[in-house]
Structure formats: structure tokens, C-alpha cells
Design a protein around this ligand. Structure first.
Ligand SMILES: Cc1cc2nc3c(=O)[nH]c(=O)nc-3n(C[C@H](O)[C@H](O)[C@H](O)COP(=O)(O)OP(=O)(O)OC[C@H]3O[C@@H](n4cnc5c(N)ncnc54)[C@H](O)[C@@H]3O)c2cc1C
Length: 408
């Protein structure tokens, strides 16, 4: 009998039989034959015409929110999320892996604990090249193989000229130069053009440059009308952008929060939506119901007419409405019967090799968790429990660092 050893530590279970030995070494690339890089999986699903979904989260603000957060990610990803992603939130001290709530630490925990392929957002405008390479090296050491390469926004009061002026395109080039094909790289696209772009057309050309430099897929900024995305995809294809374009969808979950997010993102909420919301704006339940229904309608259209291969939901760390949307769209897949007493970790670069896990890893009772999963549907300060994954809502989101004073 062999004993499972990870990082030189025995599982302690003498009955554990190991067919292959996962090794975690920071200095080496993991070349794991069972792991399919994220962009390859995305391309395969598109070829197979299988619609899918993915979910964005932000780091919980406090340490006492981390267990609840990870449970939530796990429950949501069990519905069949092809990947989850973690925003790069400057307020979390994002690169500090000694801090439990940093974006990097949380992303590593999502991968390790939830076993779902995890993409870490990374920004570069606040750093230099050496810092960015260090962040990438850390991500690699933690097993992360997917990066959303972003410029990032500037702290309030800073102008672009005051910075090193590195952009997402620089980071994509650095990743390809230093790491070859090791990482799957996503980049951001703006269906209405980035607010700082000289023009919509220039923005499209800039997106093409990011794809040509090695980005494997595009995730878009949120938008409110399906036509906006349909036109964007058509325009991208026309100028020769061939990479998958995944719509970033933010369901309206609250009246004040969507107004704030739109303002920070420099987006206009269409009048007809504001008119719909006006009479119900003080009724959280009604606003959420409206947002959920609108979201389902828009996603259904984009999936049905083929303009979107999948749906990327900005969850704002919520659970109830996200699950409802995915179920209504027929994207929610409950895990089938487990062959082993543990979950198939096929999306985890190391765990996909394991055929045996020590007994103490067996799955946990979850009835309590299931009963209480919707308790913080409206984290707007009324209940304000700091251990809620959604605690802080918009103020915990990366957008809270934004300055809207930047000129076009
Ligand atoms: C899906 C998604 C996820 C995000 N996640 C985060 C996050 O986790 N943390 C965070 O802080 N922010 C995040 N953001 C916000 C993002 O950092 C900001 O929108 C930022 O202002 C731009 O980042 P970018 O990577 O799109 O920038 P870039 O692509 O580098 O550039 C932004 C725009 O500047 C213009 N531009 C740049 N260079 C040129 C050039 N040479 N010529 C002409 N035009 C040029 C282009 O129009 C371009 O679209 C996210 C955005 C999206 C859409």
C-alpha cells in the first residue's frame, strides 16, 4: 500500500492507494496530463454547442466571512460552473498571500477547497513589471492557471499620466513572454466602449490587440440591453476578433446598488428600466424579482440566438437569485451520483490526478448550510452581519476604488 503524500506530508492513512503522486512545487510548472486548460475547455464546450456558465466573486471583507464564503462558492460551483473568478480588490491587499482575505489567498482557497477551476483577476496599473511577475509567480505556486489580465482603475485623485501607464496589453505580453502557454488568459471587453477610449472603434482595435497578443477569451463589462452585446459581438467579429466573447451579466439585485454600480462603471441605466424600478424601489424583494426575471430574459435571448456561448454572472457574492437564474436557463446541473465518497475534482490541476483521498476529506453534512443559504439575500446594511460573504455589497466590490473623475 502506498501512502498519499502531498508536499511531502503523509496523509496518515495507511490504506490510501495512490496511482499518481501530486507534487506541489513552486519552482516548477505543473504539467498534469488530466487537466484541461480553461480556454481549451471553453473552446471545447463551444465546439460541442454546450452552453455553460461561470461566476464572479469578490473577497469577503473579514476573516469570519471566509468559511461562509467558501461554502457558498462550493454550493454554487456544484451547479456546474465551468470556472469561478476572484476580483483583484485593492482594499484586500490583493497580492498578500499571508492575509487570509486577500484576493490571491481567497482565489487559492476557492481552487483548493471548492475544487473548481479558478481564475484570478490581476491588475497592473498600480504596479511595475517585476511586481506583476511576482504576483503571477505566486498564483502559479498556488496552482492557479487562469488569469484575467486587467489594467485596473486608479485610486481617486490619480491621473493616468501619474502612473507607470501599464495596460492590460502589457500584462498579456509579459505573461506570454515569461510563461508561454502556462496560463489561460482572459481580458476585458466593453460593449459600449471603455469610458477612457478615444472612440468605440479605437476600443475595438485595442481589444483585438489584446487578443492578438495572447488573450484566449474576452469577458465583457456589464450591460443592460441584449442588443448592446449582440452588436458588440458582430463588431468584434467584423474586425477579426475570433476569440470567445463571454457576456458579463449583473442581475439587478437592489435599487441603490445597481445605480451605484452603473455610476462607478460610467454606464447609463436605460430609462425604461428606471421607470420599471421607480414604483418598487423601496421593496427589496420586488426589485430582486424584477432583476432576476429581466436577467433570465436577456440571457435566454443571448444563448438562444447564439451571440453568447455562455453566461458569466457577477454574483456580488449572493446565492439565491443566482441559482434561480441558472435553473431557469437550464444551465444548472446538479452533480450526479458520486462514484467515490469525494467529489470529482477534474477542474483542479492537482486533484484531478487523485484516485484516493484520506478519509477525513470525505464530504460534510450540509443540511444546516442548505437551510440557511439565503439568509443574507439583502446585505444592504439592515442585517449587517460581517460574516456574510456579501457583507459590504458594493463597498466591498473592486469598483469602490474607482474614481469617476477620469476624463475620456
Ligand atoms: C470583466 C471585468 C472584470 C474586471 N475586474 C476587475 C478587478 O477585479 N479589479 C479591478 O480593479 N478592476 C476590474 N475591472 C475594471 C478594469 O480594471 C477597468 O475597467 C479599467 O479601467 C480598464 O481595465 P482594462 O484591463 O480593460 O484596460 P485596458 O484594456 O488596458 O485599457 C482600457 C482602455 O483604455 C484604452 N486604451 C488603452 N491603451 C490604448 C492604446 N494604446 N490606444 C488606444 N486606446 C487605448 C482602450 O480603449 C481600452 O479599452 C474589470 C473589468 C471587467 C470588464
Amino acid at each position: 500500500m502506498a501512502i498519499l503524500r502531498v508536499n511531502g506530508i503523509d496523509s496518515g492513512d495507511e490504506n490510501a492507494v495512490v496511482t499518481e503522486k501530486p507534487v506541489f512545487e513552486t519552482s516548477k510548472s505543473w504539467s498534469l496530463k488530466n487537466y484541461e486548460l480553461l480556454h481549451e475547455r471553453i473552446e471545447r464546450l463551444i465546439d460541442e454547442k454546450t452552453p455553460f456558465f461561470s461566476l464572479e466573486f469578490f473577497p469577503p471583507r473579514f476573516v469570519n466571512g471566509v468559511p461562509n464564503f467558501l461554502e457558498r462558492v462550493e454550493r454554487l460551483s456544484e451547479g456546474g460552473s465551468v470556472f469561478v473568478d476572484m476580483t483583484w480588490h485593492m482594499g484586500s491587499d490583493p497580492a498578500n498571500i499571508d492575509k487570509v482575505t486577500s484576493s490571491s489567498s481567497i482565489a487559492a482557497s476557492m481552487l483548493d477547497y471548492c475544487g473548481v477551476d479558478t481564475m484570478l483577476h490581476m491588475t497592473c496599473v498600480q504596479y511595475n513589471k517585476a511586481d506583476t511577475l511576482k504576483h503571477l509567480e505566486q498564483a502559479k505556486a498556488m496552482g492557479l492557471r487562469s488569469i484575467l489580465a486587467l489594467r485596473g482603475d486608479l485610486p481617486p485623485g490619480t491621473e493616468l499620466e501619474d502612473t507607470n501607464q501599464f495596460r492590460a496589453l502589457d500584462m498579456i505580453r509579459w505573461i506570454r513572454e515569461e510563461y508561454g502557454d502556462y496560463f489561460s488568459i482572459g481580458c476585458a471587453g466593453y460593449p459600449l466602449g471603455h469610458p477612457q477610449a478615444p472612440s468605440y472603434k479605437a476600443d475595438l482595435q485595442y481589444l483585438k490587440a489584446k487578443c492578438d497578443a495572447g488573450a484566449n477569451f474576452v469577458i465583457t463589462q456589464l450591460f443592460f440591453e441584449p442588443e448592446t452585446f449582440e452588436k458588440f459581438v458582430a463588431d468584434c467579429r467584423e474586425i477579426g476578433i475570433t476569440k470567445p466573447i463571454i457576456p458579463g451579466i449583473m442581475p439587478i439585485m437592489g435599487y441603490e446598488s445597481i445605480k451605484r454600480i452603473a455610476k462607478l462603471s460610467q454606464l447609463e441605466i436605460p430609462d425604461h428600466i428606471l421607470e420599471d424600478l421607480e414604483p418598487i424601489k423601496h421593496d427589496d424583494d420586488a426589485v430582486q424579482k424584477y432583476g432576476t426575471e429581466r436577467c433570465i430574459e436577456m440571457c435566454r435571448r443571448l444563448l438562444d440566438n447564439g451571440s453568447a456561448p455562455s453566461i458569466h454572472l457577477y454574483t456580488m457574492n449572493r446565492e439565491g437569485s443566482i441559482r434561480e437564474i441558472l435553473k431557469a436557463l437550464g444551465l444548472w446541473k446538479l452533480e450526479g451520483d458520486r462514484v467515490f465518497p469525494w467529489k470529482n475534482r477534474s477542474q483542479h490541476p492537482i486533484r484531478c490526478l487523485e484516485s484516493v483521498r484520506p478519509i477525513y476529506w470525505s464530504f460534510r453534512p450540509r443540511s444546516y448550510i442548505t437551510r440557511t443559504r439565503d439568509w443574507d439575500q439583502f446585505p444592504n446594511g439592515r442585517w449587517g452581519n460581517s460574516s456574510s460573504p456579501a457583507f459590504g455589497d458594493v463597498s466591498s466590490y473592486y469598483l469602490s476604488n474607482l474614481t469617476v473623475s477620469l476624463t475620456k
